[in-house]
Design a protein around this ligand. Sequence first.
Ligand SMILES: O=P(O)(O)OC[C@H]1O[C@](O)(CO)[C@@H](O)[C@@H]1O
Length: 551
Amino acid sequence: MNAEGRSRLDQLPEWTALGKHREQLGKAHLRELFERDPARAERYTLQVGDLHLDYSKHLVTDETLRLLGELAAATGVAGLRDAMFRGEKINITEHRSVLHTALRAPGSAVVESDGENVVPGVQAVLTKMGTFADRVRSGDWKGHTGKRIKTVVNIGIGGSDLGPAMAYEALRAYTHRDMQFRFVSNVDGADLHEAVRDLDPAETLFIIASKTFTTIETITNATSAREWLLSGLGVDGGEAVARHFVALSTNAEKVTEFGINPDNMFEFWDWVGGRYSFDSAIGLSLMVAIGHERFREMLAGFHLVDEHFRTAEPLANAPMLMGLLGIWYGNFWDAQSHAVLPYSHYLSKFTAYLQQLDMESNGKSVDRDGQRVDWQTGPVVWGTPGTNGQHAYYQLLHQGTKMIPADLLGFAEPVADLQPRLVPQHDLLMANLFAQGQALAFGKTPDEVRAEGVAEELVPHKTFPGNRPTTTILAKELSPSVLGQLIALYEHKVFVQGAVWNIDSFDQWGVELGKVLAKRVEPALTEGAEVPGLDASTAGLVDTYRALRGR
Ligand SMILES: O=P(O)(O)OC[C@H]1O[C@](O)(CO)[C@@H](O)[C@@H]1O
C-alpha cells in the first residue's frame, strides 16, 4: 500500500477477480458469444458526438465489462481524471498541471493552474494565431523581397511535428489550394534538403516549433534553414529573418537568442505536454493550411469528447472502455501490441502520431510511487492504412500466433473533393474494412473449408481461427471536428490506462539518456576526440565510421 492508501495493482481484489474471470472464459469464441447473445452488437455500440464505436467484436461479456469497471473504480481513474481537469499537478515527476483540455475549452470556461485562469491566455494566443494565419493565407504577410508566402515549412520533432504533420494530411481536403506545406523533423540533413530544394526562399516561411527551443534536431534544422534563407536572399539577417521565421514555444529567451522577433512568437505553457500540444500554438502550420475557422471546429471536436470523458458513466464512456479493453488484453491475455488501422488514405500518419501519444506516455516500468511495476504497461502501437496493410502484414493478424487487438477506422463518405466521382471506389474501401473485422472475429472453421472441397492436407492452412478482437470506429466524414474527436478519444484512452497502471503518463524521462550520449559521442565523430568510458562495441563502431568517412 502506498502513502495515499492505494494497494499495488496486482494485489487488488478487482485485479484478481479479472484474472479468475479470464480463466473461466477459457477458449470462449466470438462465434459463440454472438450466437448466445443476439443483441450483443446493438448493446456493445456507443455513439459519441459523430463517432460510432462498435466494440462487440471483443472477447468480453457483461461480466467482463462489469469487472473492468470495478477495476477502474478501485484504481481511482475518475478521481485522477477530475484532478487533471481541475488543473492539479498530476504530472508528479515534473510537478506540472496537465491541461491540454484547456486548449479547447470554450472562452467562457474557467480552468486554473497555480490559481490562475489559463483560458484567457489560450484564447489570446488563438486570436493572434488566427490573425497571423489570415495574413499569410491572404498574401498580406509578405516575405523580405515583398513576395507573398507560397510555402510554409514547419520545423519541429516529436509532438512539435507529428501532430501538425498528421492533421495536415488528415485535413488535406480543407487546405489552402495555392499554398504548400512541408514538415521537417529529422536531424538527417536530407529531410531539410528535400523539403527546400525546389523552393524560392523569398516565398518561404519557416515555422520553428519547439516547446523548449533547445531540442538539438530542431535547432540544428532551424539554423540550417536560416543559412539557406539568408544565402538564397543574399542578405545578412535582421529583417529577413523576422519576415521568414516565426516560433512556437514556451521559451521566449531562446527564441530571441535565435534571432526571431518575439512579436512573431506564439506561446504555450508548461502544462501542455509535447505530445498533447498540437491544438496549442504548435498547430499554427495547420491553422495556416485550413484557416482559423476550421481549426476552431477541430477544437470544438476535441472539447466534445473531453466533455464526454468527463461526464459519461464508466461503461458508457468511450475512452474509458477503450482503455479498459486494452488493459484486458495486455494484462490478462498477454497481448503485446495494438494495431491502429485506418481505412482512410488521409489518416496515413495517424498511427505514427498515436505511437508518440501512447508509447511516450505509457512506456514506463516504474509506478507513480517509484516502484517497479509487476504488470505490463503500454503496448507497442503500430499500423498503417488498412488496405495497404492487408497486402503486407494482415497474414500475421489472421493466422499468426500472436494476439493483436486492432482498431479499424473508417468514414461513410469520401471527402467532398472526391465526390461523386470516386464513390464506388469508396464503397470498395469500406467493404474491405467490414470484411476484415468479420474475418478477424469469426475466421473460417476447418469444416467450412472442407465444405468448399479443399484437399484435406490444405485444410489447416486455409483455416482461419478468428477470435481476434477489434473495435470499429465509424464517422460520416473526416471533418476537422471529427479529427479532433478522434484524437481526444485516444488521448483519454491513454490517460485511463496510465491511471489504472498507476504510472505518470505525462513525463518522458526515457528519451533523455540517448540525447546525453549523442552529445558525448559527437566530438569523437567530428574531431576524433577521446570519449572516456565508451564501451568496446561503440568505440569500434565510431572507429569504423571515421575510417569510412576517411577521417
Ligand atoms: O517541442 P520540443 O521541446 O522541441 O520537444 C520535442 C519532443 O521531444 C520530446 O521531449 C522527447 O522526445 C517530446 O516529448 C517532444 O514532443
